[in-house]
Design a protein around this ligand. Sequence first.
Ligand SMILES: [Zn+2]
Length: 253
Amino acid sequence: MTDLITEDRRVLVFSAHAADFCSRAGGTIARLVDAGGSVHIHDMSFGEKCESPALWAQQPPPAIEQIKEIRGREMSAAAATLGATIDCLDWGDSPLIVDADRQQQLLELFRAFQPDLVLTHWKDDILHPDHMECTRAVIWASRYCFRPGLDIESPPCPSPQLVLYETTLGTAPVARFLPNLFVDISQVQQRKAEALGHLAAQPGLAERYETLAAYRAFEAQSTAWMQGCQYAEAFVRLGTEAAGFDGPAGFGP
Ligand SMILES: [Zn+2]
């Protein structure tokens, strides 16, 4: 397997909603950027309906277009804190539907950017259908981006490494998310917390995901020989999980 964090990685990150990239993979994104990689994030929606609770709690709640505008500013500030670029495809949430036209758009995004690493949701994040729809579409694009003869403007590009991040918080046992890759984010944990702080429509993300990162660090210490790791993000490398669990790998500081 290619080392996850090397200096010249071209990385695309796909999230169903505004904050998913940051809460699950913000530390790893910061490390990839610090190593000299180029990281671009595509949020498929603003999470305007299902993941903007603080705005819906207002009386009266803002109009949907206003919510999108606020979330757009939040996600841009979070991505900038990590050193990545971001855009929102604005495909709507609850439900997020990636139809045939949008699949073609995704394929074009892959071929235009030519990523060698793609991060997205766990493929069986069954308790949030939007997350599963995002990953289904991303895996689809990753399996057609290298094929010739398709009706796409850009030429084929190699299929990237696919690495899948955490499920909706607290649902990992139900969704059978069993990490086989840990990244030590101790050095960038503060930056991740600052980025999450920008996503104010979802209060408490920084605190809750710090707790998760501290727990994943115990697993990294115990199973991936990452002694001294205080905070970790956990992933599944697609492919290896299907072939059998051969012990987790880790990327230290
Ligand atoms: Zn989400």
